[in-house]
Design a protein around this ligand. Sequence first.
Ligand code: ZN
Length: 629
Amino acid sequence: MTRPAPLSTAFLALTVSTLVVLTAAAGSLSPAPGSSTTASTGVAAESSPPSDPLASLLAGAWPAERRQEVLDKTLTVRLAPDLSALTAEERQVVDELLAVGEIMQRLYEDANHHQAAEVLAWLAAAPEEGPDAAAVEELRTLYRLFEGPIATTLDNRREPFVSVDPPVPGRNVYPWGIEREELEAFLAAHPERRDEILGERTLVRRATAENLAADRAGFAASPALRQLHPGLAERLTELAAVPDPAMLYAVPYALARAADLAEAQRRLFRAADAVEDDDPEFARYRLNRGRDLLSNDYESGDASWVTGRFGRLNAQIGSYETYDDALYGVKAFPSLSLLVRDEAATAELVRALGGIQEIEDALPYEAHKRVRADIPVGVYEVVADFGQARGTNTATILPNDPLFSRRYGRTILLRGNLMTHPELFAIADRSWRAAVAPAFADALAPEGGFHRTLWHEIGHYLGVDRTADGRPLDQALQGWADALEEMKADLVSLFAHHRLHAAGAIGSERLAAVRASGILRTLQDNRPRADQPYQTMQLAQLNYFLDRGLLTVEGDERLVLHPELYDATATDLLRTVLALQAAGDPERAAAFFARWTGWTDELHEPLAARLREAQGPRYRLVRYGALGE
Ligand SMILES: [Zn+2]
């Protein structure tokens, strides 16, 4: 794919060409995008341009005031690391990976909402000039900001900003609008189907003739799938013989999105050709990952990603994180991150990392494990993020799969140009000052956030990674798995810094900065929704810290920190979280979160209001120089 032209329309120009390519690849299949039970083989369900895109777009769209309300609260962050040192071959790899990223972006939007492709087609076809041009441009910005047609409102509700179906917990990776009760009943009646229905990279469908025809057509779009998924074609044929909308089936993502993923695979192979000699391990990773996208099994790519010694470039490619699945918390959503390593910062970090095993051995739980000493960690600059990875996330640790991470380890990618972004730190500092008593106002420092985040990621490496009886945490704890895992990582970071300080490995200033960052992390500018694992576990920490007196509230509702209680409080909460993970009982986890996520009008609401007031921009729209933005 050619490098997109500058200006914001580049995103749409690219979209249109992607739609055309994908539509062509998907052949004659073009299920009606508005139909809620329809499977689509490609993200480009729309095969012909909408009859009146402008009318479709504006009918039922948010009025100007509502659009403006959100756009006024949006900070644009532009990331544009210097790529001038890359070789011509590396540039070629960058171009191919950006093109794969655009595919992942469309797949992600489609996984979130079954009408995303339709809205994108309206946006692409709407005129650039005329009386409605400004409104159209604002809707394009909103689509870009929210990666689809569903906005998060200022009071934290999810709601469409154009006329599409309201959001549902299972997004578009389960039958549209299905309720948990129906899925539970199906699993109880068909226990042998549980693993595939709750598979990380499968889509769940109703066994209608239309869905089955669309899925079976994937074998034509990508013939290798027949060999890679033995028995699957026969099973779909069997289901198609007696279509039954009450019957559910799971289809591997590789087949459900066959044309798109086959195109991604071809581009990954081409990118591998480009640097075969200069960066052979990175090339092999892309070959493996290209095949993984077809086999739906990420082991070979994950192994070569995590253990590979790469040149300057690195990339997260595929479906990993399950945060967007608000129904079961098990489905991974598509993503791609293209990164270039900061060599000096990485070398310094690797030197500073030591004694990880000692931290693991000190954690407050029984079943300690061996942790590999050479954790692959690097400081990177984000070139561009796509799909689930798009945003201002400051660090990543992958893969999540307990078997693969046990075998190969996990790679930690610190996203330096976001961690140290001056405008983002300024927002954090304003929030902090609005929340705490004057004596603590100067306690926040960028290094606190950096090191707390680093050890949060290492924290995912440590502690419980399966239930005591050997079940994967995601499947055992279902919707609570992410919140508990993230909470463990937060608390391991605090725990580790106290140990490192006690051992003389870090100074008091570093500890104080991490402690402040650890408190800031828990402050909420809105009451979290149940489907927000990060915010939920942060609120639980805040309430626990208040309960234990680590935080107290002064007369004017300013928080006062009692550092002498910090270590014991964080350690006790960590012990509880590790026990909940080991038990793997979703009801116990639910009771824990019910106990600790209270929200009061006396404390939480005024604090949230002060944070909202202080932080200024509520939303962050990230633009990428590499995409011509
Ligand atoms: Zn995490």
